[in-house]
Ligand binder design. Structure first.
Ligand code: AMP
Ligand code: MG
Length: 422
């Protein structure tokens, strides 16, 4: 094993120290809940009222008092009840609620105070005039099909905790409880810059040796999907002066800076030196495949504050994987998220034996195949090149093989990041 690999840093350790060094942005703003989706809550939201606020019916049927029915006709197999009113969702009770009678009731309608049970309409025999119903004793029980006060949410409960990123689920909950606006961290600003003499924008023609810049668009999209404002800072050539000005500009307009390319140790790789001048470098080599090298550090601004910086490898798949493994968590932490939600992964069985080097975390592109037992098999794709975006685009998932693991046999259980959901 080469010195280089032994000096490389473990992905999980690096992630922990990176997260420990990142301070969340402090500014916050009040937003209507729909606009706040994707943002991180800056203070707990507490339920102002019970939900439901009054007991409501969970079925269409007849409301009655099970307590009185118990007392009144204990021996009888069926109850004959006069229907004296009707309760519809959102409406006042029509008629009256007679404690020894029943009212016609519909889902979501308030249950009159004297009742404690709803019998579904399909269990009830009604007369042609609907003024009298016959209900079997065995279908009556206190609390049946009653949604009680505070059953879903109790006044004072924490509905959504500070540090949580809002999604459509929380938006619905907040709407349900009448919470129209929330205090959220302001949107994170993340700038993305590509470094390399060979890079051209997608619409530009290419001469020999030039390539289109794919990383920047990929990273801008990943940043955007993470809920941050993505700032496009274009392409910077492999030259220290340009890099210096690009990175200082990036730091001045954003809360976090991501570059790709130019972080290796080649003669055209100036990021390390420039970052040393502008601030501080933390890590250079990551025990990851595909991925290393990864630069992490801070760019010092004129006001003495520091902007976290990630220099991702130039190879597109390596860039993608390091974003997924490290940068997105840093971004979430900087945006105020706590605790961090880890990648949704599924368990699958490897279809074939797979080589693996002990001492690094490997991310293998795979197809997911339905298994006979209802689970999933992972078929590792033949092309795993760090530059091969075609196989990344075609992959269903990334098999994650932890640092300490060696080669795996066919049938081994592995975790797979589901890229169809990522
Ligand atoms: P580097 O990290 O600069 O040594 O680049 C490693 C490889 O990734 C080289 O083949 C570069 O041409 C390629 N590369 C660097 N930046 C990008 C980019 N933004 N888009 C696509 N490929 C890139
Ligand atoms: Mg380069």
């Amino acid at each position: 094993m080469s010195d280089q690999r032994s000096s490389a840093e473990r992905v999980d350790h690096v992630l922990q120290s990176i997260l420990a060094s990142i301070t969340p942005i402090t500014q916050s703003e009040w937003l209507p809940i729909l606009d706040a989706s994707g943002r991180v809550l800056a203070q707990d939201v507490v339920a102002p009222e019970n939900l439901p606020a009054a007991p409501v019916s969970a079925m269409d049927g007849y409301a009655l008092s099970a307590t009185l029915a118990d007392a009144k006709q204990a021996d009888s197999g069926a109850l004959h009840l006069a229907v004296t009113g009707k309760s519809l969702a959102g409406r006042q009770l029509e008629g009256v609620a007679d404690p020894v009678g029943a009212v016609r009731i519909f889902t979501g309608a308030v249950i009159p105070e004297c009742y404690d049970c709803v019998v579904p309409q399909e269990l009830v025999a009604s007369t042609s005039s609907d003024k009298l119903v016959v209900i079997r004793r065995e279908d009556i029980r206190k609390g049946l099909h009653v949604r009680d006060v505070g059953e879903d949410v109790r006044k004072g409960d924490i509905l959504v905790a500070r540090g949580q990123q809002l999604s459509s689920r929380e938006v619905a909950l907040l709407a349900q409880t009448g919470c129209a606006r929330v205090l959220v961290h302001r949107q994170l600003k993340v700038s993305v810059v590509s470094i390399g003499d060979e890079l051209r924008n997608v619409h530009q023609p290419l001469n020999t040796g030039l390539i289109h810049d794919s990383n920047r668009l990929m990273l801008l999209d990943l940043v955007h999907r993470a809920g941050a404002q993505a700032i496009d800072l274009g392409i910077t050539p492999d030259d220290p002066a340009s890099l210096r000005s690009a990175l200082s500009q990036a730091a001045s307009v954003s809360d976090l800076v991501i570059s790709s390319g130019g972080v290796s140790v080649g003669e055209a790789d100036h990021t390390r030196k420039v970052l040393d001048e502008l601030g501080e470098i933390k890590f250079w080599r990551l025990a990851i495949k595909p991925g290393r090298p990864l630069a992490y550090g801070f760019i010092k601004k004129e006001d003495k504050s520091q902007t976290p910086f990630f220099g991702l490898p130039g190879n597109p798949v390596a860039s993608y994987v390091t974003f997924l493994a490290i940068v997105r968590y840093a971004l979430a932490r900087r945006a105020g998220q706590d605790p961090l939600v880890t990648a949704p992964s599924i368990r699958a069985r490897l279809l074939k034996a797979t080589a693996k080097n002990v001492g690094r975390t490997e991310y293998l592109r795979c197809w997911l195949r339905p298994a006979d037992d209802g689970g999933w098999n992972a078929e590792v794709m033949p092309s795993q090149g760090a530059a091969n975006l075609l196989s990344l685009a075609q992959a269903d998932g990334l098999v994650v093989l932890p640092h300490e693991l060696g080669a795996l046999e066919a049938g081994s259980w592995v975790d797979v990041i589901n890229l169809r959901l990522a």
